[in-house]
Design a protein around this ligand. Structure first.
Ligand code: NAP
Ligand code: G4F
Length: 378
């Protein structure tokens, strides 16, 4: 039997790294697309490099020729198109780049498959998003809810969604979208709200940061664990017929609730006072956290969270809540594998250890520099 060959764009990202692990464990040959940058940032996949069935290739979503050459060389049986400028707020500052990668980039992948004559042998997964629902027209959202994109990112992703549907119908290709709601992890980029909060909670608990500034704390999200969600990407491509699926937990929380829970896991009990731009998170007590040492009593009474207008968006999506019934029924997927409390705990535990390790490494570096300056021979 011939081997399953997966090509993953966005392999260095949060989802790309978990999906690579998942597919390697299933016996796939995995090829990942990386792009050139002055600092080679491969932290999330460093542990996979050297694995016999894991290969990396330079290409770029904005460069058609590089995609055609790569698809022709790898001849994948499945493509997971995860590459994107994935930060909603950044899409307001770089709308054209976002459209190039997140909209036209999808077209480039589809055309590369056709150009290489693989349109009837290669299945394609497109990383679609709950941001398509944007200024939501119903709650909770399912596969039939109308779209109302509300950022340059969402508008670009809407093109990606429709071009995939078009190629499925026009050319009978097996290509589908996973409409994934927010999914987070200890590998989440540090400027997304959940990771920004868990890192800040860990730093504040260990005396490395004074305060956390956030934007709209009333915004509601349906947050799941990324490791659980990559399984769905694979399941979507294993169905008999290509179809689109909503992937979500079916449970909704506010940014404020996430912050409360994360600080609690780090040993800090918060209470929120005031409203809008004047809302503050104040420390009311400290206790032993899930991992690490108890935060200092001097934090009690201090304002640890404040609101900053810098993190408000020109238009914000504030009420995302997914209905995963179709995924549960047709894919047999359990949306509650990792609960909200477990997700927060995983992230805070990781960041508590990361902050402690960074602190030790920095002390060692300082001491070493001092020894060397004094001429101590090691
Ligand atoms: P991520 O961590 O931001 O990763 C994005 C990946 O895309 C990175 O590997 C990045 O490479 C790559 N990339 C960006 N521009 C590229 C280009 N021009 N050429 C080649 N590669 C490029 O995102 P994620 O959270 O893993 O999300 C994966 C996908 O799912 C994205 O398409 C995102 O929009 C979508 N999505 C995510 C969520 C979520 O909650 N995480 C929900 C719904 C949909 P570098 O490392 O070089 O920057
Ligand atoms: O964590 P976020 O930046 O994620 P957002 O905008 O929901 O986008 C993520 O999920 C999408 C799926 O729905 C993906 F398609 C997309 O690629 C990305 O992975 O912001 C979540 C909410 C927003 O309403 C934002 O206004 O949190 C609010 N927020 C409040 N304070 C903040 C902050 N967001 C960020 N990033 N930073 C803040 O300080």
């Amino acid at each position: 039997m011939s081997k399953d060959i997966a090509l993953i764009t966005g392999v260095t990202g949060q989802d790309g790294s978990f999906l690579s692990e998942f597919l390697l464990a299933k016996g796939y040959e995995v090829h990942g697309v990386i792009r050139r940058s002055s600092v080679d940032y491969r932290e999330r996949i460093a542990h996979l490099e050297g694995t016999p069935c894991f290969h990396l290739h330079y290409a770029d979503m904005t460069d058609s020729m590089s995609m055609v050459k790569l698809v022709g060389k790898v001849k994948p049986t499945e493509i997971y198109n995860l590459a994107a400028q994935s930060h909603v707020q950044v899409s307001f500052d770089s709308p054209e780049f976002t459209a190039d990668v997140d909209a036209v980039g999808v077209l480039r992948v589809l055309e590369a498959v056709r150009a290489c004559g693989l349109e009837h042998t290669c299945r394609i997964y497109q990383a679609s998003t709950s941001e398509l629902y944007g200024k939501v027209e119903e709650v909770p959202q399912n596969e039939n809810t109308p779209f109302h994109p509300y950022s340059p990112y969402a508008v670009a992703k809407l093109y990606g969604y429709w071009i995939v549907k078009e190629y499925r119908e026009a050319y009978n290709m097996y290509c589908c979208s996973g409409i994934l709601f927010n999914h987070e992890s200890e590998r989440r980029g540090e400027t997304f709200v959940t990771r920004k909060i868990t890192l800040a909670a860990a730093r504040i608990a260990q005396g490395k940061q004074e305060k956390l500034f956030l934007g709209n704390m009333s915004s509601l999200r349906d947050w799941g664990y990324a490791k659980d969600y990559v399984e769905c990407m694979w399941l979507i491509l294993q169905q008999e017929k290509p179809e689109d699926f909503v992937i979500a937990t079916g449970v909704q929380h506010s940014v404020r609730e996430f912050a409360y829970q994360a600080f609690k896991a780090a040993g800090i009990e918060l209470k929120f006072e005031g409203e809008g731009l004047y809302e503050k998170g104040v420390c009311v007590s400290v206790h032993h956290p899930i991992v690490g040492v108890k935060p200092s009593e001097t934090l009690v009474g201090k304002v640890l969270i404040e609101v900053s207008e810098d993190f408000y968006r020109p238009t914000d999506v504030v009420n995302l809540w997914g209905d995963p019934t179709k995924a549960k029924t047709k894919l047999g997927w359990n949306p509650q594998t990792t609960t909200f409390d477990q997700l927060v705990e995983i992230m805070v535990k990781y960041d508590m250890q990361k902050v402690a390790a960074d602190s030790v490494a920095s002390t060692v570096r300082t001491n070493l520099a001092e020894y060397l300056e004094k001429g101590v021979v090691l």
